[in-house]
Design a protein around this ligand. Structure first.
Ligand SMILES: Cc1cc2nc3c(=O)[nH]c(=O)nc-3n(C[C@H](O)[C@H](O)[C@H](O)COP(=O)(O)OP(=O)(O)OC[C@H]3O[C@@H](n4cnc5c(N)ncnc54)[C@H](O)[C@@H]3O)c2cc1C
Length: 401
């Protein structure tokens, strides 16, 4: 994994280095997992995109510039998967709530059930004896990255061969992945399980693994569960995208920096009546269990870099008691907090918990939502292919074609 320097400069360097491969090379070779240190045919841009050190729009623009819409089509579609999952979860936040609550139940069961605890530990530490699976666990623990195909195989083996609770696997990924994202991760695990596209799940096959690891991982066919059935649960009803209140000029403001948006400079916050800047470290909210140090370090460096580009010297805090946010705002005399849009996930839960105290103190929480999100999310109502059909139109509306 090369994306370990959490700066916008590093993101742009990686974007430039991968740009020549965003066309036919990506279309033909992206599904090959060549192993740790050899992920040459995928971009490894995900930790940057997740925090918007780099935006989807500028990543797609780079692909179009180098290859045009046809040859870059496969790469653009993959970037669009990210926006799709984000938009889908925004419209079904109950799925996140159910994941979070279900995970708490799974973890309580783990406390009580020593045999299950031992099996989960074996899987997370790469001690199952299943070739490939154990190496992917080790790669994830060591680098904070896994190739997309490896994530699919890993999740499938976790759920269907090892028969472990899917939420514990999703939690393991969220704690270890530098790009760990509540929408992409939860929805992808649900997709593998058969809960996202109901009735359709992903079953890892030894032949497919051998082919797409170029023979590196050889498994006896009967080592993996065969003819498995998808998990099943009804989908909650889709909700309207939540309304967004944008920051108002002339109001004393606390600028809130979070890893959800590391390019606040795009919104020209300097035009506001800024009284203070707060950098909030929130990676620990990803899970009730300890989150990998590398993830926390990446977030901290990304926030430092983001503050530096704003010319700000923020106060720093970790997302502990949500009421702490009110105290920060009051200390600088702010009547509004301005921040990048906080999508469904742990930070949104945290800020929602702060809302009553903010309201009582007369402090408005305001957000900037990117035009890209406003354009793409309304299309994320059902399956990805519905959105994919709209991509030419979306790219044209975004001024990219
Ligand atoms: C079980 C499972 C869990 C996952 N968890 C996460 C997660 O927590 N965070 C995350 O960003 N992605 C997640 N993904 C999606 C995907 O695996 C990663 O985005 C991708 O592997 C990142 O590597 P890359 O930057 O080299 O991707 P590239 O192939 O170079 O793609 C470019 C960008 O497009 C986006 N992208 C590509 N494929 C997908 C996809 N299938 N879904 C969503 N976005 C995609 C990413 O932002 C990525 O950086 C998960 C997939 C699975 C199967």
């Amino acid at each position: 994994m090369t994306a370990t320097e959490a700066t916008r400069d590093a993101a742009l360097r990686r974007l430039g280095a991968f740009q020549p491969r965003m066309g036919r090379d990506y279309a033909e070779l992206r599904n090959f997992d060549l192993g740790a240190g050899a992920h040459d045919h995928v971009s490894t841009l995900s930790p940057y995109l997740r925090r918007r050190l780099l935006t989807e729009r500028e990543t797609i623009a780079a692909a179009l510039e180098a290859h045009g819409p046809e040859a870059a089509g496969a790469f653009i579609a993959e970037v669009a998967w990210r926006s799709y999952f984000k938009g889908w979860l925004e419209q079904r936040p109950q799925v996140w709530d159910a994941y979070r609550d279900g995970l708490a139940r799974d973890l309580a069961k783990l406390e009580r059930d020593a045999a299950l605890r031992a099996r989960v530990a074996q899987a997370c530490e790469g001690r199952t004896g299943i070739a490939g699976f154990d190496e992917w666990a080790a790669e994830l623990n060591e680098t904070g990255y896994l190739h997309n195909h490896a994530r699919m195989w890993f999740a499938s083996i976790w759920i269907f061969t090892l028969k472990l609770p899917w939420r514990l696997g999703a939690d393991f990924f969220l704690r270890q992945l530098l790009d760990g994202d509540p929408a992409s991760n939860t929805c992808s695990w649900r997709w593998v399980a058969g809960l996202h596209t109901r009735g359709k799940h992903y079953e890892a096959q030894a032949a497919n693994i051998a082919r797409f690891t170029r023979g590196r991982v050889q498994l006896p066919e009967d080592c993996l569960a065969q003819a498995t059935a998808p998990l099943d649960a009804p989908l909650p009803e889709r909700q309207a995208l939540r309304p967004v209140s944008a920051p108002r000029d002339g109001v004393p403001t606390l600028l809130l920096l979070t890893e959800e948006e590391c390019q606040l400079s795009d919104f020209a916050p300097e035009r506001l009546d800024l009284r203070g800047v707060l950098g909030l470290k929130a990676s620990a909210l990803r899970s009730p269990l300890p989150v990998a140090q590398a993830v926390c370090r990446f977030e901290a460096a990304a926030l430092e870099d983001s503050a530096g580009r704003l010319g700000a010297e923020p106060a720093w805090d970790a997302a502990g008691d949500p009421v702490g946010l009110v105290r920060h705002a009051q200390a600088v005399g702010a009547a509004q907090i301005a921040t990048g849009y906080i999508p469904t996930g742990p930070l949104h839960d945290w800020i929602t918990a702060a809302s009553p105290a903010l309201e009582a103190a007369g402090i408005a929480l305001t957000e900037w939502r990117r035009d890209w999100d406003a354009l793409v999310w309304p299309h994320a109502t059902a399956g990805f292919f519905k959105l994919r059909k709209q991509l030419p139109h979306i790219l044209s509306q975004a001024g990219l074609t």
